[in-house]
Design a protein around this ligand. Structure first.
Ligand code: AMP
Ligand code: MG
Length: 400
Protein backbone atom coordinates (compact mmCIF):
# COMPACT_ATOMS: atom_id res chain seq x y z
CA UNK A 1 0.00 0.00 0.00
CA UNK A 2 3.04 2.22 0.11
CA UNK A 3 2.34 3.93 -3.19
CA UNK A 4 -1.38 4.36 -2.58
CA UNK A 5 -1.21 5.57 0.99
CA UNK A 6 2.21 7.14 1.41
CA UNK A 7 2.79 4.44 3.99
CA UNK A 8 5.79 5.09 6.09
CA UNK A 9 5.59 8.82 6.61
CA UNK A 10 3.77 8.58 9.92
CA UNK A 11 4.30 4.90 10.70
CA UNK A 12 5.83 5.41 14.11
CA UNK A 13 3.41 8.13 15.20
CA UNK A 14 0.43 6.11 14.02
CA UNK A 15 1.56 2.91 15.74
CA UNK A 16 2.04 4.71 19.05
CA UNK A 17 -1.22 6.63 18.69
CA UNK A 18 -3.16 3.46 17.89
CA UNK A 19 -1.72 1.76 20.95
CA UNK A 20 -2.65 4.74 23.05
CA UNK A 21 -6.19 5.21 21.75
CA UNK A 22 -6.83 1.50 21.95
CA UNK A 23 -5.79 1.38 25.62
CA UNK A 24 -7.78 4.50 26.49
CA UNK A 25 -10.89 3.29 24.65
CA UNK A 26 -10.79 -0.02 26.50
CA UNK A 27 -10.44 1.80 29.81
CA UNK A 28 -13.41 4.03 29.01
CA UNK A 29 -15.53 1.10 27.89
CA UNK A 30 -14.68 -0.75 31.07
CA UNK A 31 -15.67 2.18 33.26
CA UNK A 32 -18.85 2.82 31.29
CA UNK A 33 -19.90 -0.81 31.55
CA UNK A 34 -19.68 -0.48 35.33
CA UNK A 35 -22.09 2.46 35.51
CA UNK A 36 -24.90 1.03 37.58
CA UNK A 37 -28.53 2.06 37.42
CA UNK A 38 -27.99 3.69 40.77
CA UNK A 39 -25.12 5.86 39.53
CA UNK A 40 -27.09 6.60 36.39
CA UNK A 41 -30.17 7.74 38.29
CA UNK A 42 -28.18 9.88 40.71
CA UNK A 43 -26.42 11.51 37.76
CA UNK A 44 -23.18 10.78 39.59
CA UNK A 45 -20.34 12.12 37.42
CA UNK A 46 -17.59 10.13 39.12
CA UNK A 47 -17.35 7.44 36.39
CA UNK A 48 -16.56 10.05 33.76
CA UNK A 49 -14.02 11.69 36.07
CA UNK A 50 -12.21 8.40 36.59
CA UNK A 51 -12.34 7.44 32.92
CA UNK A 52 -11.26 10.91 31.80
CA UNK A 53 -8.15 10.88 33.98
CA UNK A 54 -7.27 7.24 33.29
CA UNK A 55 -7.72 7.75 29.55
CA UNK A 56 -5.49 10.84 29.53
CA UNK A 57 -2.87 9.12 31.70
CA UNK A 58 -2.76 6.06 29.42
CA UNK A 59 -2.43 8.14 26.25
CA UNK A 60 0.06 10.67 27.59
CA UNK A 61 2.24 7.91 29.02
CA UNK A 62 2.65 6.24 25.62
CA UNK A 63 2.81 9.38 23.48
CA UNK A 64 5.04 11.18 25.97
CA UNK A 65 7.46 8.25 26.25
CA UNK A 66 7.69 7.87 22.48
CA UNK A 67 7.88 11.59 21.63
CA UNK A 68 9.16 13.38 24.74
CA UNK A 69 9.65 16.66 22.89
CA UNK A 70 6.08 16.87 21.57
CA UNK A 71 3.69 19.01 23.63
CA UNK A 72 0.24 17.49 24.15
CA UNK A 73 -2.66 19.93 24.27
CA UNK A 74 -5.32 18.08 26.22
CA UNK A 75 -8.37 18.83 28.26
CA UNK A 76 -7.43 17.61 31.72
CA UNK A 77 -4.81 18.44 34.33
CA UNK A 78 -4.19 16.56 37.55
CA UNK A 79 -4.57 19.40 40.11
CA UNK A 80 -7.83 18.13 41.61
CA UNK A 81 -6.69 14.52 41.53
CA UNK A 82 -3.60 15.30 43.59
CA UNK A 83 -5.69 16.68 46.47
CA UNK A 84 -5.81 14.39 49.46
CA UNK A 85 -9.60 14.29 49.64
CA UNK A 86 -9.66 12.89 46.10
CA UNK A 87 -7.46 9.92 47.04
CA UNK A 88 -10.30 7.44 46.34
CA UNK A 89 -10.62 8.82 42.78
CA UNK A 90 -6.91 8.45 42.23
CA UNK A 91 -7.11 4.85 43.46
CA UNK A 92 -9.85 4.15 40.93
CA UNK A 93 -7.74 5.68 38.17
CA UNK A 94 -4.82 3.45 39.18
CA UNK A 95 -7.14 0.41 39.21
CA UNK A 96 -8.21 1.13 35.64
CA UNK A 97 -4.62 1.50 34.51
CA UNK A 98 -3.71 -1.71 36.32
CA UNK A 99 -6.48 -3.57 34.48
CA UNK A 100 -4.69 -2.57 31.29
CA UNK A 101 -1.42 -3.97 32.62
CA UNK A 102 0.00 -0.56 33.63
CA UNK A 103 1.31 -0.37 37.20
CA UNK A 104 1.82 3.18 38.44
CA UNK A 105 2.08 5.19 41.62
CA UNK A 106 -0.37 8.05 42.12
CA UNK A 107 2.43 10.54 41.51
CA UNK A 108 3.38 8.84 38.26
CA UNK A 109 -0.21 8.77 36.97
CA UNK A 110 -0.65 12.47 37.79
CA UNK A 111 2.61 13.27 36.00
CA UNK A 112 1.39 11.42 32.91
CA UNK A 113 -1.88 13.37 33.00
CA UNK A 114 0.03 16.64 33.24
CA UNK A 115 2.00 15.86 30.11
CA UNK A 116 -1.30 16.64 28.40
CA UNK A 117 -2.10 20.03 29.86
CA UNK A 118 -0.18 22.27 27.46
CA UNK A 119 -2.27 25.02 25.92
CA UNK A 120 0.01 26.87 23.49
CA UNK A 121 0.55 26.36 19.80
CA UNK A 122 3.82 24.72 18.78
CA UNK A 123 5.12 23.77 15.33
CA UNK A 124 4.50 20.13 16.21
CA UNK A 125 2.06 19.01 18.90
CA UNK A 126 -0.62 16.46 19.75
CA UNK A 127 -4.11 17.34 20.84
CA UNK A 128 -6.17 15.03 22.98
CA UNK A 129 -9.70 14.72 24.26
CA UNK A 130 -9.58 11.75 26.63
CA UNK A 131 -13.38 11.49 26.59
CA UNK A 132 -15.25 13.65 24.15
CA UNK A 133 -18.99 13.61 24.79
CA UNK A 134 -18.99 13.13 28.54
CA UNK A 135 -22.77 13.47 28.65
CA UNK A 136 -23.11 10.63 26.17
CA UNK A 137 -20.67 8.58 28.23
CA UNK A 138 -22.82 9.04 31.33
CA UNK A 139 -26.01 8.27 29.43
CA UNK A 140 -24.30 5.10 28.18
CA UNK A 141 -24.51 6.36 24.62
CA UNK A 142 -21.88 7.69 22.22
CA UNK A 143 -18.54 9.20 23.21
CA UNK A 144 -15.08 9.21 21.67
CA UNK A 145 -11.40 9.23 22.54
CA UNK A 146 -9.79 11.72 20.18
CA UNK A 147 -6.09 12.15 19.43
CA UNK A 148 -4.39 14.04 16.60
CA UNK A 149 -0.91 15.13 15.58
CA UNK A 150 -0.71 18.66 14.20
CA UNK A 151 2.34 19.95 12.37
CA UNK A 152 2.60 23.56 11.27
CA UNK A 153 -1.13 23.92 11.81
CA UNK A 154 -2.04 20.91 9.62
CA UNK A 155 -3.56 17.74 11.04
CA UNK A 156 -1.32 14.90 9.87
CA UNK A 157 -2.48 11.93 11.97
CA UNK A 158 -5.93 11.59 13.53
CA UNK A 159 -7.68 8.91 15.54
CA UNK A 160 -11.12 8.47 17.04
CA UNK A 161 -11.76 5.64 19.45
CA UNK A 162 -15.52 5.03 19.45
CA UNK A 163 -16.29 2.23 21.92
CA UNK A 164 -20.04 2.31 21.22
CA UNK A 165 -19.98 2.46 17.44
CA UNK A 166 -20.07 -0.77 15.49
CA UNK A 167 -17.32 -1.37 12.94
CA UNK A 168 -19.71 -2.27 10.18
CA UNK A 169 -21.65 0.97 10.20
CA UNK A 170 -25.12 1.33 8.84
CA UNK A 171 -27.23 3.65 10.92
CA UNK A 172 -28.80 0.56 12.45
CA UNK A 173 -25.87 0.09 14.80
CA UNK A 174 -27.33 -0.64 18.19
CA UNK A 175 -26.16 2.32 20.17
CA UNK A 176 -25.71 4.70 17.29
CA UNK A 177 -28.21 7.38 18.06
CA UNK A 178 -29.68 9.26 20.95
CA UNK A 179 -32.56 7.58 22.68
CA UNK A 180 -35.33 9.01 20.53
CA UNK A 181 -34.77 5.86 18.48
CA UNK A 182 -35.32 7.65 15.22
CA UNK A 183 -31.86 6.97 14.00
CA UNK A 184 -32.13 3.25 14.25
CA UNK A 185 -32.83 0.83 11.49
CA UNK A 186 -32.14 3.10 8.56
CA UNK A 187 -28.97 3.12 6.55
CA UNK A 188 -28.02 5.95 4.27
CA UNK A 189 -28.77 5.30 0.65
CA UNK A 190 -25.57 6.91 -0.49
CA UNK A 191 -23.28 4.96 1.81
CA UNK A 192 -20.09 3.92 0.08
CA UNK A 193 -18.13 2.06 2.69
CA UNK A 194 -16.02 -0.59 1.07
CA UNK A 195 -16.90 -4.06 2.17
CA UNK A 196 -13.60 -5.49 1.06
CA UNK A 197 -10.88 -4.92 3.56
CA UNK A 198 -7.65 -3.42 2.33
CA UNK A 199 -4.24 -2.92 3.77
CA UNK A 200 -3.88 0.45 5.36
CA UNK A 201 -0.73 2.42 6.08
CA UNK A 202 -1.13 1.18 9.64
CA UNK A 203 2.04 -0.46 10.87
CA UNK A 204 1.92 -3.80 12.62
CA UNK A 205 -0.08 -3.54 15.84
CA UNK A 206 2.30 -5.94 17.52
CA UNK A 207 2.89 -3.54 20.39
CA UNK A 208 -0.73 -3.75 21.45
CA UNK A 209 -1.01 -5.53 24.74
CA UNK A 210 -4.09 -7.30 26.04
CA UNK A 211 -5.99 -6.38 29.15
CA UNK A 212 -6.50 -8.97 31.83
CA UNK A 213 -9.17 -11.46 30.89
CA UNK A 214 -12.54 -10.76 32.37
CA UNK A 215 -11.63 -7.11 32.34
CA UNK A 216 -12.39 -4.34 29.91
CA UNK A 217 -14.73 -4.75 27.04
CA UNK A 218 -16.79 -7.61 28.30
CA UNK A 219 -20.43 -7.19 29.12
CA UNK A 220 -23.04 -4.80 27.89
CA UNK A 221 -20.86 -2.88 25.47
CA UNK A 222 -18.52 -5.72 24.56
CA UNK A 223 -19.92 -6.46 21.12
CA UNK A 224 -19.08 -3.09 19.62
CA UNK A 225 -16.33 -0.58 19.34
CA UNK A 226 -14.18 0.79 16.59
CA UNK A 227 -11.12 2.93 16.07
CA UNK A 228 -11.28 5.27 13.08
CA UNK A 229 -8.03 6.80 11.91
CA UNK A 230 -6.45 8.72 9.08
CA UNK A 231 -3.11 10.04 7.97
CA UNK A 232 -2.89 12.97 5.59
CA UNK A 233 -2.86 11.56 2.08
CA UNK A 234 -3.22 8.02 3.43
CA UNK A 235 -6.99 7.61 3.52
CA UNK A 236 -9.40 6.94 6.37
CA UNK A 237 -9.71 3.54 7.99
CA UNK A 238 -11.55 1.63 10.67
CA UNK A 239 -10.42 -1.28 12.81
CA UNK A 240 -12.41 -3.13 15.47
CA UNK A 241 -11.64 -2.19 19.05
CA UNK A 242 -11.80 -5.83 20.08
CA UNK A 243 -9.44 -7.03 17.37
CA UNK A 244 -6.91 -4.32 16.62
CA UNK A 245 -4.78 -6.77 14.66
CA UNK A 246 -7.64 -7.35 12.18
CA UNK A 247 -7.06 -5.92 8.70
CA UNK A 248 -8.37 -2.34 8.70
CA UNK A 249 -11.20 -1.43 6.32
CA UNK A 250 -11.09 1.72 4.27
CA UNK A 251 -14.02 4.09 4.72
CA UNK A 252 -15.49 6.69 2.40
CA UNK A 253 -18.09 9.39 2.64
CA UNK A 254 -21.37 8.88 0.88
CA UNK A 255 -21.69 10.16 -2.70
CA UNK A 256 -25.29 11.20 -2.22
CA UNK A 257 -25.66 14.43 -4.20
CA UNK A 258 -29.37 14.88 -3.68
CA UNK A 259 -29.80 16.88 -0.49
CA UNK A 260 -33.41 15.76 -0.15
CA UNK A 261 -32.21 12.18 0.18
CA UNK A 262 -29.48 13.01 2.66
CA UNK A 263 -29.30 12.66 6.40
CA UNK A 264 -27.68 15.07 8.83
CA UNK A 265 -26.35 14.63 12.32
CA UNK A 266 -25.98 17.04 15.20
CA UNK A 267 -25.30 17.16 18.94
CA UNK A 268 -27.73 15.81 21.46
CA UNK A 269 -27.04 18.87 23.59
CA UNK A 270 -28.95 21.90 22.39
CA UNK A 271 -26.50 24.13 24.26
CA UNK A 272 -23.75 22.93 21.88
CA UNK A 273 -25.57 23.53 18.61
CA UNK A 274 -28.65 25.35 17.42
CA UNK A 275 -31.01 22.54 16.51
CA UNK A 276 -33.69 25.01 15.44
CA UNK A 277 -31.36 26.66 12.95
CA UNK A 278 -30.26 23.26 11.66
CA UNK A 279 -33.92 22.38 11.16
CA UNK A 280 -34.32 25.52 9.02
CA UNK A 281 -31.28 24.57 6.93
CA UNK A 282 -32.64 21.06 6.53
CA UNK A 283 -35.99 22.43 5.45
CA UNK A 284 -34.44 24.74 2.91
CA UNK A 285 -32.45 21.82 1.46
CA UNK A 286 -35.53 19.61 1.41
CA UNK A 287 -34.08 17.11 3.87
CA UNK A 288 -37.01 15.05 5.07
CA UNK A 289 -35.29 12.60 7.36
CA UNK A 290 -35.02 13.43 11.05
CA UNK A 291 -31.60 14.39 12.36
CA UNK A 292 -29.35 11.74 13.80
CA UNK A 293 -28.51 13.11 17.22
CA UNK A 294 -25.43 11.83 18.97
CA UNK A 295 -22.76 13.02 21.32
CA UNK A 296 -19.08 13.46 20.58
CA UNK A 297 -16.87 13.23 17.52
CA UNK A 298 -18.60 9.96 16.69
CA UNK A 299 -20.57 12.29 14.37
CA UNK A 300 -17.47 12.75 12.22
CA UNK A 301 -17.05 8.97 12.03
CA UNK A 302 -20.67 8.62 10.91
CA UNK A 303 -20.14 11.11 8.08
CA UNK A 304 -16.78 9.55 7.15
CA UNK A 305 -18.29 6.15 6.63
CA UNK A 306 -21.38 7.37 4.82
CA UNK A 307 -24.04 6.78 7.46
CA UNK A 308 -24.90 10.47 7.26
CA UNK A 309 -23.98 13.07 4.68
CA UNK A 310 -23.85 16.19 6.85
CA UNK A 311 -22.78 17.19 10.37
CA UNK A 312 -23.98 20.64 11.43
CA UNK A 313 -22.63 22.33 14.54
CA UNK A 314 -24.19 25.77 14.56
CA UNK A 315 -23.08 28.10 17.36
CA UNK A 316 -25.65 28.13 20.13
CA UNK A 317 -23.86 30.57 22.38
CA UNK A 318 -22.57 33.91 21.23
CA UNK A 319 -18.79 34.08 21.45
CA UNK A 320 -18.16 30.38 22.10
CA UNK A 321 -14.87 29.20 20.62
CA UNK A 322 -14.58 25.57 19.63
CA UNK A 323 -11.72 23.65 21.25
CA UNK A 324 -9.19 21.99 18.96
CA UNK A 325 -9.41 18.66 20.82
CA UNK A 326 -13.14 18.52 20.09
CA UNK A 327 -12.47 18.42 16.34
CA UNK A 328 -8.94 17.59 15.22
CA UNK A 329 -9.41 13.81 15.42
CA UNK A 330 -12.65 13.89 13.47
CA UNK A 331 -11.74 16.47 10.86
CA UNK A 332 -8.94 14.53 9.17
CA UNK A 333 -10.94 11.30 9.27
CA UNK A 334 -13.74 13.00 7.30
CA UNK A 335 -11.36 14.75 4.90
CA UNK A 336 -9.45 11.55 4.17
CA UNK A 337 -12.76 9.77 3.62
CA UNK A 338 -13.43 12.28 0.83
CA UNK A 339 -15.46 14.83 2.76
CA UNK A 340 -15.09 18.55 3.37
CA UNK A 341 -14.94 20.28 6.76
CA UNK A 342 -15.20 24.02 7.36
CA UNK A 343 -16.77 26.50 9.73
CA UNK A 344 -20.30 27.82 9.20
CA UNK A 345 -19.08 30.38 6.67
CA UNK A 346 -17.17 27.79 4.66
CA UNK A 347 -13.76 28.84 5.96
CA UNK A 348 -11.14 26.15 6.52
CA UNK A 349 -10.50 25.35 10.17
CA UNK A 350 -7.28 26.87 11.51
CA UNK A 351 -5.40 24.76 14.04
CA UNK A 352 -2.58 27.23 14.60
CA UNK A 353 -4.02 29.54 17.24
CA UNK A 354 -3.49 27.54 20.43
CA UNK A 355 -6.15 25.43 22.06
CA UNK A 356 -9.15 27.13 20.45
CA UNK A 357 -10.34 27.52 16.88
CA UNK A 358 -10.00 31.28 17.25
CA UNK A 359 -10.62 32.08 13.61
CA UNK A 360 -13.67 29.90 13.15
CA UNK A 361 -17.21 29.54 14.36
CA UNK A 362 -19.23 26.36 14.26
CA UNK A 363 -18.56 23.39 12.02
CA UNK A 364 -20.00 22.01 8.81
CA UNK A 365 -18.69 18.59 7.81
CA UNK A 366 -20.25 17.02 4.76
CA UNK A 367 -19.63 14.90 1.74
CA UNK A 368 -18.03 16.67 -1.22
CA UNK A 369 -21.32 16.77 -3.12
CA UNK A 370 -23.34 18.61 -0.47
CA UNK A 371 -20.93 20.77 1.54
CA UNK A 372 -21.26 23.93 -0.59
CA UNK A 373 -25.04 23.57 -0.68
CA UNK A 374 -25.22 23.50 3.11
CA UNK A 375 -22.99 26.57 3.41
CA UNK A 376 -25.10 28.42 0.85
CA UNK A 377 -28.38 27.50 2.57
CA UNK A 378 -27.00 28.56 5.93
CA UNK A 379 -25.72 31.85 4.49
CA UNK A 380 -29.17 32.67 3.15
CA UNK A 381 -30.76 31.97 6.52
CA UNK A 382 -28.20 34.01 8.43
CA UNK A 383 -28.93 36.94 6.11
CA UNK A 384 -32.52 37.01 7.29
CA UNK A 385 -31.60 37.47 10.95
CA UNK A 386 -33.09 40.71 12.13
CA UNK A 387 -30.95 41.33 15.17
CA UNK A 388 -27.79 39.99 16.74
CA UNK A 389 -29.72 38.65 19.69
CA UNK A 390 -31.71 36.45 17.28
CA UNK A 391 -31.05 32.72 17.14
CA UNK A 392 -27.39 33.23 16.37
CA UNK A 393 -25.44 35.73 14.43
CA UNK A 394 -22.86 34.17 12.17
CA UNK A 395 -19.31 35.40 12.34
CA UNK A 396 -19.11 38.49 10.22
CA UNK A 397 -22.86 39.02 10.55
CA UNK A 398 -23.98 42.56 9.87
CA UNK A 399 -27.45 44.02 10.35
CA UNK A 400 -29.26 44.22 7.01
P1 AMP B 1 -21.04 17.19 21.47
O1 AMP B 1 -20.97 15.87 22.12
O2 AMP B 1 -20.85 17.14 19.98
O3 AMP B 1 -22.25 17.95 21.88
O4 AMP B 1 -19.77 17.99 21.94
C1 AMP B 1 -19.21 17.86 23.19
C2 AMP B 1 -18.23 18.99 23.37
O5 AMP B 1 -18.90 20.22 23.29
C3 AMP B 1 -17.55 19.02 24.70
O6 AMP B 1 -16.33 18.34 24.64
C4 AMP B 1 -17.34 20.50 25.00
O7 AMP B 1 -15.97 20.86 24.91
C5 AMP B 1 -18.07 21.19 23.87
N1 AMP B 1 -18.89 22.34 24.27
C6 AMP B 1 -19.14 22.80 25.51
N2 AMP B 1 -19.92 23.91 25.45
C7 AMP B 1 -20.15 24.16 24.15
C8 AMP B 1 -20.86 25.18 23.44
N3 AMP B 1 -21.52 26.15 24.07
N4 AMP B 1 -20.89 25.11 22.09
C9 AMP B 1 -20.25 24.12 21.43
N5 AMP B 1 -19.55 23.14 22.05
C10 AMP B 1 -19.50 23.15 23.39
MG1 MG C 1 -14.77 17.24 24.08
Amino acid sequence: MASQCQAGRWDVELAVALDAVWAASRICRDVQAKISADVFEKEDRSPVTVADFASQAAICRLVGDAFPRDPIIGEEESGALRRQENGPFLERVLDELRAMGVEASGEQACDWIDRGCQKNFAPRFWTLDPIDGTKGFLRREQYAVSLALIIDGRIEVALLGCPNLGVEGGAASATLSHSDGRGQGEGSSGSSRETQRQRSPRPSPARLSSPKSGGPGEGEFGATGAIFYATRGGGAWVVPLDDPAAPPARIHCSHQANAAESRFCESVESSHTSTSLAARVAQSLGIARPPLRMDSQAKYAIVARGDAEIYMRLPAKYGYKEKIWDHAGGVLVVEEAGGVVSDVEGRPLEFNHGYQLEANRGIIAANRELHAKVIAALGEIYKTFAAPQGPLPAPGWKPS
